[in-house]
Design a binder for this molecule. Structure first.
Ligand code: DGT
Ligand code: CA
Ligand code: ZN
Length: 569
């Protein structure tokens, strides 16, 4: 699968062009890069089957970019990218990945202070050399240091949605030889970010499975290769670990390598108290194995009911399992609709009808198209006039399509004072209103909380979109008084969103758990900007499950009829 590599090249080309003050091209390259990065089909397959013509069908890909994709598939490189790289000092483009540092400032820092990479930048900021430059202030220096923190954190861990497809590809490759292959570690627990990829396989011929693993096309180097385990470095710089175990230990090994570490430590204590010994090889009484072939067996032998991987964080799941009081977790199959999606009316790639058909294909009963509101200029927010046009379009699509109901919504900006971007007269005409913050993220805690509470007290608001506005690698979450916000959400019967966009995953798991405890409703949405992105639901559901959500806690598990009742609150 060459998609991630190609996307990364286009992102880098955009960065370099932007540093050189080239207009338009950076936007075009980024758009194509995003589309390719999110594509579920392999671009190489697309090209082999349909040539340049098929590549041009990808959103944002014109003939120029299609040629470059073809070039990469044929020759393994893009000449123009190689040329661009030589046109700036090595490392300089990495500066652009530091939040808050634009191309102009980066170029200036290079010219005045010879800052060529992230290390130089950190050193200069710590030595206060940046604030002494004309045009730079102390505040800029502070912001650069904050940006560096976020940059570094973003590098240590990888987004779940980025790592999962790679893990699945490894799994599929190994399944050709092994009897069974499963993804373990934090990926199986659906953590929003992961450090590495942990894979477990069952085989009586471990060496053959390991040979396939180390020979995968996207393995850059082999870190270790033993009789039953191996570690490799992938071309995207992630590490992947494989362990091959015999069938009789598979459950115990799955349990052990799924973690979390804290969960495992607690389990081992329970085993010891029962005179047993728990390891990745099995559960033993003296030398005799009493459990280990399946995970259920291990949990049951310890006196616990089976614990779903997403709950294994030692945050109360073991006590609940001892009492048989674990929740029955919501699953993707329970979802009846997506309530936050964008169409070409604002900044999405697809028409309302295309989005509706894609939702129907997923087995949904309804989909809400919630395009941006008028002040969201960069995302082509809708004027009132356009919104009226959209309402008519939704009516037309509903008349035409059977088996899916399109709801007309909006993702309405929450303005600085907590008021909304459309008047109540307008909001009244919409089926679903998602209210979100898209600007002025940094405010004192009381002010931001008051702003959100005011927004959700509006009787026409149904959902608070991406409540904390965090964005991995870009922005920390807003400092909110969660207790107060959740009390208000409960009082006004507004659902808090779990936004499944890979870099958001917002609300996060710990807050979701708190919301569920308080009886606050949750809505798991994808914020899809294309039909393809509806697939992100899987990751949002992962967060919901990590937050102990049952089906009833999530409003978009309701049937259309029940959901319409909720809307009339
Ligand atoms: P990550 O990789 O940081 O996203 O999170 P994990 O949970 O995947 O951590 P990782 O890859 O270091 O280890 C995979 C699993 O192996 C972990 O979830 C539990 C188990 N494990 C690793 N080290 C230890 C340990 O020292 N003690 C115990 N009991 N289990 C461990
Ligand atoms: Ca791991
Ligand atoms: Zn938004």
């Amino acid at each position: 699968m060459k998609n991630p590599e190609i996307a990364s090249i286009f992102f880098k080309m955009a960065d370099i062009l932007e540093m050189q003050n080239v207009q338009w091209k950076p936007v075009a390259y980024r758009k194509a890069a995003r589309a390719i990065g999110e594509l579920s089909e392999d671009v190489e397959e697309i090209y082999k089957k349909g040539g340049l013509k098929a590549l041009k069908e990808i959103p944002g890909v014109g003939i120029n970019i299609a040629n470059k994709i073809a070039e990469f598939i044929e020759n393994g490189k893009v000449r123009e990218y190689e040329k661009l790289k030589k046109s700036i000092p090595a490392g300089l483009s990495s500066l652009l990945e530091v939040p808050g540092l634009g191309p102009k400032k980066a170029m200036l820092l290079y010219k005045k202070l010879k800052i060529k990479n992230v290390q130089d930048l950190e050193k200069a900021a710590l030595e206060h050399r940046i604030s002494k430059l004309p045009l730079f202030r102390e505040k800029t220096e502070e912001n650069i240091l904050k940006g560096l923190d976020i940059y570094k954190k973003g590098r240590e861990r990888v987004l779940l949605a980025y790592a999962m497809p790679i893990a699945e590809e490894i799994k599929t490759a190994l399944e050709k030889k092994a009897e069974r292959v499963e993804i373990a570690g934090s990926l199986r627990r659906m953590r929003d970010t992961v450090k590495d990829i942990d894979i477990l396989a069952v085989s009586s011929k471990p060496l053959e499975v390991i040979q396939i693993f180390v020979s995968l096309p996207f393995v850059k180097s082999v870190i270790a290769k033993g009789e039953t385990k191996s570690s490799v470095l992938l071309s995207n710089s992630m590490q992947a670990d494989l362990r091959v175990v015999p069938l009789k230990s598979f459950g115990a090994a799955m349990q052990y390598f799924t973690g979390s570490k804290d969960h495992n430590i607690e389990l081992r204590k329970i085993a010891i108290a029962k005179g047993l010994k728990l390891s990745e090889y099995g559960l033993f009484r003296k030398e005799r194995q009493v459990a280990g072939k399946t995970e259920e067996e291990v949990y049951n032998a310890l006196g616990l009911s089976y614990i779903e991987p997403e709950l294994r964080e030692n945050t109360g799941e073991i006590e609940a399992a001892l009492k048989g009081k674990l929740p029955l977790l919501v699953s993707v199959a329970d979802i009846k609709g997506d309530l936050h999606c964008h169409s070409a009316y604002s900044d999405g790639d697809n028409t309302i009808e295309e989005m509706a058909l894609a939702a129907k294909k997923r087995g949904y009963e309804y989909i809400c198209i919630s395009d941006h509101s008028k002040s969201e200029h960069i995302a082509n927010g809708l004027s009132e006039q356009m919104l009226f046009k959209k309402i008519e379009e939704v009516k037309r699509v509903n008349k035409k399509l059977k088996g899916i109901r399109v709801l007309c919504g909006s993702e309405v900006n929450i303005l600085e004072d907590g008021s909304l971007d459309y008047s109540d007269e307008i909001l009244k005409k919409l089926d679903v209103v998602v209210a979100s913050v898209h600007s002025k993220f940094r405010m004192p805690k009381e002010e931001i909380t008051a702003r959100l509470v005011k927004a959700i007290s509006n009787p026409y608001v149904h959902i608070l979109g991406h409540p904390t506005s965090r964005h991995f690698g870009k922005r920390e979450e807003m400092g909110i008084d969660m207790e107060a916000l959740m009390n208000a959400a409960k009082k006004y019967n507004v659902a808090l969103e779990i936004n499944s966009a890979p870099a958001r995953m917002d609300l996060r798991d710990a807050y979701v758990k708190k919301a569920v405890e308080k009886g606050v409703k949750i809505s798991v949405n994808t914020d899809a900007h294309s039909t393809d992105e509806l697939k992100f639901m899987e990751y949002g559901i992962g967060v919901a499950r990590r937050g102990w959500c049952s089906k009833n806690d999530v409003i978009n598990t309701y049937s259309l009829k029940e959901f319409m009742k909720f809307l009339k609150k």
